[in-house]
Design a protein around this ligand. Sequence first.
Ligand code: G3P
Length: 219
Amino acid sequence: MKIFLDTADVAEIREYAASGLVDGVTTNPSLAAKAGKDYVESLKEICSIVPGAVSGEVLATDFAGMMKEAEVLRKIAANIAVKVPLTWDGLKACAKLSGEGTMVNVTLCFSPVQAWMAAKAGATFISPFIGRVDDMGEDGLGLIHDIRAVYDNYNFKTEILAASIRSVSHVRECLLAGADVATMPASIFKALISHPLTDKGLAAFMADAKKANVTIKGA
Ligand code: G3P
């Protein structure tokens, strides 16, 4: 499963991409507003930091407007993915853009039927929002399982990009459900490798080595 950071904060992306473990980035209008910088300029910078897809979202809600903005976005870099909402105009834009070889991320997916329609429109990525489904008292991770089954049943190649991830358990469940990508805030990325027994075990190793003066000669 690929790891994407869900942020438009260039400094944050630079910091965590240095780990070599960040495959791509997703942004949206809310994250761009939070970052407070020129959106296109930030996307340019982000595309040069990570190796994989970087989603830049259209702001228009009509087909013509989306296409106009997509023209600007797709010129940014080869690894840009144009993000469109799961609406009729969005799916029309998705079909046109993917037919022209542009990567498209269809966002705001809340049902397996919506995911099927996006795949039929040629989406490169589908973004189901786990946390927001949970917020409604429904089963966000069930949605990932259902979309996996639909895509496997009909051999769709659209990648399941699990979004609205709120916890490390969400990430674990995405791995088990067979999501292709998980996009997450930096706080969750950082927490992925944390375990109290790792910290405890390391402290014990260091203490034992110090006590017996164990060294690595030549280092
Ligand atoms: O990628 C979508 C994500 O940013 C939404 O997350 O936590 O606002 O539901 P959240």
